[in-house]
Design a protein around this ligand. Sequence first.
Ligand SMILES: Nc1nc2c(ncn2[C@@H]2O[C@H](COP(=O)(O)OP(=O)(O)OP(=O)(O)O)[C@@H](O)[C@H]2O)c(=O)[nH]1
Ligand SMILES: [Mg+2]
Length: 364
Amino acid sequence: MDKKQKAILIDLIHPKMLKRHALERMVELEELVNTYGGIVIVKAWQKRFAPHPKTYIGTGKVTLIGEEAKQLGAKLLIVNAQLKPRQVYDLGEMLRPYGVQVWDRVDLILKIFAKHAKTTEAKLEIELASVRHMGPRIFGMGMELSRQGGGIGTVGIGETNIERMKRHLREKERKLKEKLEGYQNGRDLARRHRSRQGFKTVSIVGYTNAGKTTLLNALTGRKEYAANELFATLDTRVGQLYLPTKASTALLTDTIGFIKDLPPELLNAFSSTLSETIDADLLIHVVDGSDPNWHKHMKVVEEILERLGVASTPRLVVFNKQDQASSEIQSHIARALEDQPPLWISAAKNKNLDSLIEQIGNSL
Ligand SMILES: Nc1nc2c(ncn2[C@@H]2O[C@H](COP(=O)(O)OP(=O)(O)OP(=O)(O)O)[C@@H](O)[C@H]2O)c(=O)[nH]1
Ligand SMILES: [Mg+2]
């Protein structure tokens, strides 16, 4: 029996942050928790100019949360930030008496990834990301353990354990990377084969839940898993797209979605999966046009594309979910883009896909 895990969420906000922004941040965190399969029972904010160096949130607040958690039977505190290893440790120690575990945003994303990974490659990538995420924490704990073990004249017992642990992790990381390189080589071969056959490649990118997989399915007749959850897709799928204007076929790939504050170590671990995107001739950037945060999400995606080194790949921006987008938001988007009219589609309703296909043909 897998009862839903009860979670308390906490976000640190700058005293000058607009209330609307604070709420939006929380909504996204809550969506992540729902995707994970947890249930949010308390949403808390703390106003601070800067994080507490040791516990991230103020220690008084930590105690309050601990007591509240105990009362409500929550075993999990999720902090909406990427914490320093030391902060996870100190916060965890403070909350241990209340039986509460601490996750940061990356922990949560990793848990979702682990749940959604279907292919061996995606599973390996997640394992690599976890090793990289956990490593520094263990090293941080090491300071603590070696202090405990180290009396006068003794080598800290903690220290030797930590050394062993470090070696173990390094070894694990090496093996994972080696295995992933195997997949990478396979992909390189397949890609070279395709380009010899004259196929152009088009990669669908975008914020998570924008409708990338739905679009891939609609354009290629595939039946990949698409769902109203974050990170439904974690690997790369390829389908064929016939371009009537060019009387040729292009290969269309769909991959993992992006999200704000995606830590670099996560992105790096997914390099094998993302290599198709990195080498594409054209990127289709799918934006959920029904989401009031469309502009922020677009910027996040652009930033990540830059980090991937593909900022100069030709790009086609499409606004999806027109069927759900209010006329206000549609005219707002039109105004914001002023120079070129937005290309609206509805992947789920098969709307306006012909003009998209035509534009893909023209762009290639
Ligand atoms: N109303 C409406 N819903 C859509 C449209 N396109 C996709 N959706 C829905 O949006 C949700 C997310 O779609 P996906 O295709 O899984 O999105 P994704 O970008 O692949 O998401 P991840 O793989 O999780 O990053 C699903 O519930 C889809 O049914 C659309 O044109 N209109
Ligand atoms: Mg998807």
